[in-house]
Design a protein around this ligand. Sequence first.
Ligand SMILES: NC(=O)C1=CN([C@@H]2O[C@H](COP(=O)(O)OP(=O)(O)OC[C@H]3O[C@@H](n4cnc5c(N)ncnc54)[C@H](OP(=O)(O)O)[C@@H]3O)[C@@H](O)[C@H]2O)C=CC1
Ligand SMILES: CC(=O)N[C@@H](CCC(=O)OP(=O)(O)O)C(=O)O
Length: 348
Amino acid sequence: MVSVSIIGGTGYTGSELLRLLANHSKIEAIEHITSRKESGNSILKIHPHLKSMGYDNLCFEDIDLDKIDSDVVFCATPHGASMNIVPKLHEKGIKVIDLSGDYRFEDISMYEEWYNLKHTGKLNAVYGLPELHRELIKKADLIANPGCFPTGAILSIAPLVEKGIIEERVIFDSKTGVSGAGVEPSQTTHYPNVNENIKPYKITNHRHTPEIEKELNKLVEVSNKPVKVSFTPHLAPFTRGILTTAHTYLKENSLDITQAEIVEIYTKFYKKEHFVRVYDEEMVSLTGVRGSNFCDIAGFEIDRNGRLVMVSAIDNLVKGASGQAIQNMNIILGFDEKEGINYCGLKP
Ligand SMILES: NC(=O)C1=CN([C@@H]2O[C@H](COP(=O)(O)OP(=O)(O)OC[C@H]3O[C@@H](n4cnc5c(N)ncnc54)[C@H](OP(=O)(O)O)[C@@H]3O)[C@@H](O)[C@H]2O)C=CC1
Ligand SMILES: CC(=O)N[C@@H](CCC(=O)OP(=O)(O)O)C(=O)O
């Protein structure tokens, strides 16, 4: 049994951590859950849906980090904030899973360029995408939990990149639900601006672009050219979910590959992966993964120009954040990887 604390407990990913951990059989207690604004208040004030789930006496605290001594701490804090919190916990020997972008880049200068922030210093973090880095995660004491868009994008084409059958340029087009923007309201997320609307943003310069690219390039054989990623997100009128369409081009020498062979490449690549479901006949959709830790993948169609289209669907708050964070904790601590997160979607 382990004790857990959550830094940033009033946000959406903090809320999801509580929801999922309530059904985790190896969690002894949520020792501390922090909030600066809600310190002293019951967590039920902000998360009333968690009533009778074992948290009725749990209150937010604005606690000094020195007082936290849990086995595992989840930092569900914004980028820029995590880098001032994580080192203090890490140096105490606590296993830390950071949901922000602060430790996702091995190369800090790349982080500073894309996040426009000065970093407080590199730590030895493992990029927590279990389907690609499970062995490293097992030995890690600091996990950089992947970004929501990168999770769906990387998983959608990782098998093709590893196989070396697509050209270097890859285009990802993603639609995201509004919870991706966090709990603080803004003009962008204001209901009249989102409802019955769809709006592209950061069409060429979203900070998840280099994250997707550097992870895909870990799969590229030295003899092949590095992948070049273009990424455009769109804000869409739903609360949860990210649907990503990946456009890739088959290499000249792979143009005779069949759809069935591509399906086979994916099936083999994800054979042991419980949380990646490959659909060779059905199209995937967001309701199929809503509330779940699954990444559903479909597509496999090649058009008359040799363009291969893949599609992935995730719940940004689960496989894209808190579910994956718990999956990482399960791997580090040697628990069943599915513990606490083994739910299907909520398709009506
Ligand atoms: N939402 C999503 O879909 C995803 C989010 N992420 C990442 O996960 C992290 C959390 O996201 P999300 O839950 O959406 O964010 P929210 O904005 O919803 O919540 C942020 C939380 O952090 C606390 N907080 C903010 N600043 C500080 C600070 N300086 N020190 C301590 N606590 C602070 C806030 O509480 P209070 O102000 O009361 O202290 C709040 O509880 C972010 O880094 C985000 O980028 C990753 C993948 C997906
Ligand atoms: C809708 C919306 O605004 N989405 C956010 C998602 C990013 C996020 O959650 O940040 P990390 O995954 O990098 O931590 C955005 O595009 O910035």
